[in-house]
Unconditional design. Sequence first.
Length: 272
Amino acid sequence: MTTPITVLMSVYNGMPYLKDAIDSILQQTFTDFKFLIFDDASTDGTSQVLVQYAQKDSRIQIVTNDRNYGLGANLAKGVEMAQTPWIARMDADDIAFPHRLEIQLDYVAQHPHVRVLGGYAIDIDLQGNNVSERKVPRSHQQIRKLVWTNPFIHGTVLLHRESILKVGSYSSKLAKRQDYELWFRCAKAEFQFANLPTPLIYYRFTNNTLQRNNWKVALTHVAVGWRGCWMVKASPIAYLAVTKQLVIGLLPSPLRYLAYHWLKQFDPRTQK
């Protein structure tokens, strides 16, 4: 029987959270998977940890880059290298729920037209303490309508490999927002979307996350968002809403944190 799924991870200096992320995949209730991990020229001991895991578990394949290529390039290469029908994204600082792969594969078996499947997440802090539940739109209609909001939590998604390749896969040119840009192309291609109304991962979201999402990242977000809005013929309000990210990115870090959490109450992705 053909292995149905490849878990795809890219990591750069993933310590100290990398082991928890890898263990959460190796301890899945569904065990017939490949685990493809790109080491993007790490310098913090990540490489040694990956070698140790690969020696113990034959499902793990490590690709060690000679220089830092960036997330987009690694994901595009990973989709190309994978030989399975489905690809599950996993980030190196998150923790997957034990049943994540099982319930996602069960869902697409029952809904064979779905091409991108995500789910909810539980936000955790640096110490791994639960903070809040992160929700996203559930139905295809809701997701398609709100595609400009980035309506998937990237670390939860299950991707139909052949379909993703047909729309050009991840952009290797983007250092950030590769997923956001891909969803617009998937929407234009009229792929079926869905999000499961249950948490699939513990998502590490901290002040450091917002610090990394500075004005340069926000500018990329706006550029991708505006192009995407034009691509899918979004309403004028969508263009304005996308620009919100740049406003937040221009704020000093303490104010960025406050603005982000205040604006969450207006986030259309969480509205019933």
